[in-house]
Design a protein around this ligand. Structure first.
Ligand SMILES: *[C@@H]1O[C@H](CO)[C@@H](O)[C@H](O)[C@H]1NC(C)=O
Ligand SMILES: *[C@@H]1O[C@H](CO)[C@@H](O)[C@H](O)[C@H]1NC(C)=O
Length: 269
């Protein structure tokens, strides 16, 4: 959830065959200090305390039994005010999203929040015997658990992120796959329903494609129509673009040799 988290995270079985990330504690606390220092937040976040609440939520329970509610205390000590009008949601566009956010400098994803930054790409689970701490050997797959500790954390994080959204927001979807809008994704299953039409003034849906294609879905074709239907029904103002020149240029800067890009650059200069 930066692990997908907002994303639009897609629920893949990231934990299959892996145990808890080695040195989890050092990584999580280190990232927390790094974020607090670099983001210039006043030090009202207590990184040790956040870790303690996290650990309590996870290790006292069996690996498939950590629900959203178990993280409640941790979420209380990690509450963060977001620049709500800059939020970017994404699904299956992770790599592109990173360069887009970096280049424009004007979007926030779940990964830009303290919580998202701290837990991005990490895996964790406890053990059946309660006092044995984290299981570094193996963690269950998301799909085999009712309440997977990793999933539950990202679910709550995504929900909070979506609930905070205000003003204009952006949704970045991948038109090179079927089900660009996937109801099972973190965006489709958690974030979408937590967006508030009274707080969000405008939703900008942007569809991007692999330069080499395929071009499977668009604003007028495929699952994205279903997403637009939901926005309409719930009273959001929205626009959808599937030929955004800025996005194409950004992709071409990384892959200038593609024919699409040659045409694009020729048109520009
Ligand atoms: C679209 O999804 C595919 C499959 O997950 C991925 O390989 C590709 O990089 C994605 N395209 C973009 C533009 O994000
Ligand atoms: C929000 O989006 C609408 C519609 O595209 C646009 O007219 C408006 O200028 C945007 N507002 C901000 C603050 O970006």
């Amino acid at each position: 959830m930066i692990l997908g988290f907002a994303l639009l995270f897609v629920l893949t079985d990231v934990t299959a065959e892996f145990g808890t990330t080695p040195n989890l504690k050092q990584i999580v606390i280190g990232r927390c200090f790094e974020y607090v220092a670099l983001a210039n937040l006043n030090p009202r976040y207590n990184c040790e305390k956040i870790w303690q609440e996290f650990e309590k939520a996870v290790v006292r329970r069996s690996p498939c039994d950590v629900g959203v509610k178990d993280y409640q205390k941790m979420f209380q000590v990690i509450t963060q005010t977001l620049p709500c009008g800059k939020l970017l949601f994404w699904s299956k566009t992770r790599d592109f999203m990173h360069s887009y956010v970096a280049v424009t400098g004007s979007f926030w994803t779940l990964e830009n929040t303290l919580l998202g930054f701290m837990f991005n790409d990490l895996i964790w689970c406890g053990q059946q015997e309660r006092e044995r701490g984290f299981d570094y050997q193996s963690c269950p797959k998301w799909s085999t658990c009712l309440n997977h500790p990793v999933y539950s954390l990202w679910k709550q994080a995504s929900q909070n992120f979506a609930m905070a959204a205000c003003g204009n927001i952006t949704v970045l979807l991948n038109g090179s796959i079927h089900y660009a809008f996937n109801k099972e994704s973190m965006f489709g299953s958690v974030e979408l329903e937590n967006l508030n039409p009274r707080m969000v003034t405008h939703v900008h849906i942007k569809v991007i494609y692999n330069l080499e294609g395929p071009f499977l879905e668009s604003c007028t074709q495929g699952s994205i129509l279903g997403l637009i239907e939901v926005f309409k029904k719930r009273g959001f103002y929205w626009t959808c673009t599937d030929n955004d020149l800025t996005l194409l240029i950004l992709q071409c800067l990384k892959n200038p040799r593609w024919a699409t890009c040659q045409r694009c650059f020729n048109g520009l200069f």
